[in-house]
Design a protein around this ligand. Structure first.
Ligand code: HEM
Length: 383
């Protein structure tokens, strides 16, 4: 499959690195496909886990460098963690892996690293891609427990055991240099539950991710170019932990729910269209002259006339055993201030969805470019 098969034509998630295991003897005997052997390449111009078709599970690790740790310590840590990631993503145990059997099914594992603003300040003036921090938003109710950290490790795979093992290996090797502030777990539908390429649903039941950054805009709006030589091919990641008020949402009828977003719940089609990928018609009015898609709806407010104000969304659902649930909103952009902030500001001013969603965690990271075999992520920046 290509762009059309995964994530819809608007996204163009590639299927690079996938290989079928349908011919393995065990699979043939059972008459089913075993896909745990599929891999996503760790090495490349860009880090994996950004344009990679989203795997079913994620574990976002927020790390803080220990007191007194400097560039040399971070360099040592990135060398170790990059080596772990290269091995684990290819289906071999990490160095001194105590449970190497858990590594043999990489299940499209990706490990993506990001550096927070404090690290970027530490690297200045030798390296300065333009410090990108978010301004305050009036509706945010931020809990420091989910706040900004020095380093982010985004671990994604189709299988939760693979994620848990990779996470443990990475945190073990990071432990001399950094402490774990938070772990944010997220999920989408399990592989095989729906046809590959079906747009995900969030826990409010909405089709979420239909309109995304098209492949032809990746060079201009996703990958950094010219901001700092050591950052060419990198990107920025915005993480927002957004809690959903499901008790109140449950009291809201379908008409109001669809009006809030401007799209149908059944298939994600705009209220003015027939199918998910139809263009919304913001001019259309009903019999009494009211707009069919409300100007305060989420799709109307999040869409910008300015084509620079776009980014790649790669969100995951979260649901805590204690009952809280919501969205791990993850967006990637070459320039957060120019592309993301204006959209978030507009939603903060007005969005019907705000009645049911509250941002409780927020962080931004510079995601260094990828590395070649034998090298480690962030080397050019840390030099
Ligand atoms: C579109 C849900 C937060 C930006 C959508 C759609 C849904 C949705 C159902 C329509 C389908 C689609 O095109 O993906 C949610 C929920 C949120 C949330 C439940 C919070 C829990 C955000 C945030 C931003 C954002 C924080 C950015 C600051 C967008 C954009 C689109 C979109 C840019 C595409 C608009 C277009 O049609 O051009 N969202 N969203 N969303 N959302 Fe959100």
């Amino acid at each position: 499959g290509g762009a059309a098969a995964i994530g819809g034509t608007a996204v163009g998630w590639g299927t690079r690195g996938l290989r079928s295991e349908e011919t393995s003897p065990a699979a043939v005997a059972a008459g089913e496909a075993v896909t745990g052997g599929e891999t996503e390449p760790f090495h490349g111009v860009h880090q994996a886990g950004v344009v990679t078709p989203p795997q079913a599970h994620t574990s976002l690790l927020g790390l803080d460098l220990v007191d007194g740790a400097g560039t040399e310590d971070l360099t040592r840590m990135m060398r170790l963690l990059s080596d772990d990631a290269a091995r684990l993503t290819s289906g071999t145990g990490a160095l001194a892996d105590t449970e190497p059997e858990l590594a043999v099914s990489p299940a499209r594992l990706t490990v993506t690293f990001g550096f927070g603003p404090r690290v970027l300040r530490m690297l200045r003036p030798a390296f300065d891609p333009g410090l990108q921090e978010l301004p305050a938003f009036s509706l945010d109710r931020l809990d420091p427990a989910w706040g900004q950290t020095d380093v982010l490790v985004q671990v994604c795979a189709e299988d939760p055991v693979t994620v848990a093992h990779a996470r443990r290996m990475l945190l073990k090797d990071a432990s001399p240099f950094a402490t774990t502030r938070w772990v944010q777990e997220g999920f989408r539908r399990a592989r095989g539950t729906e046809r590959a390429g079906t747009t995900m649903r969030n826990l409010m039941g909405q089709v979420d991710g239909t309109v995304n950054l098209p492949v032809e805009d990746h060079a201009r709006l996703l990958w950094s170019e010219g901001a700092a030589a050591a950052f060419d091919g990198g990107t920025f990641l915005v993480l927002r932990r957004i809690e959903m008020d499901m008790v109140d949402w449950d009291r809201t009828d379908r008409v109001a729910r669809e009006f809030t977003v401007g799209r149908r719940l059944s298939d994600g089609a705009p209220l003015t269209g027939d199918a998910e990928f139809d263009e919304p018609d913001f001019e259309a009015t009903d019999a009494v002259g009211f707009p069919v898609i409300d100007p305060a709806s989420h799709v109307a407010r999040s869409r910008s006339e300015n084509t620079d104000e776009r980014f790649l969304r790669r969100a995951y659902n979260y649901a805590m055993p204690t009952g809280e649930s919501g969205l791990l909103f993850v967006a990637y952009a070459a320039d957060v201030e120019r592309q993301f902030v204006p959209v978030q500001q507009r939603l903060d001013e007005l969005d019907l969805l705000n009645e049911w969603v509250t941002t409780i965690g927020s962080a931004v990271y510079a995601v260094p470019p990828g590395c070649v075999e034998g090298d480690f992520v962030g080397r050019e920046m840390l030099n």
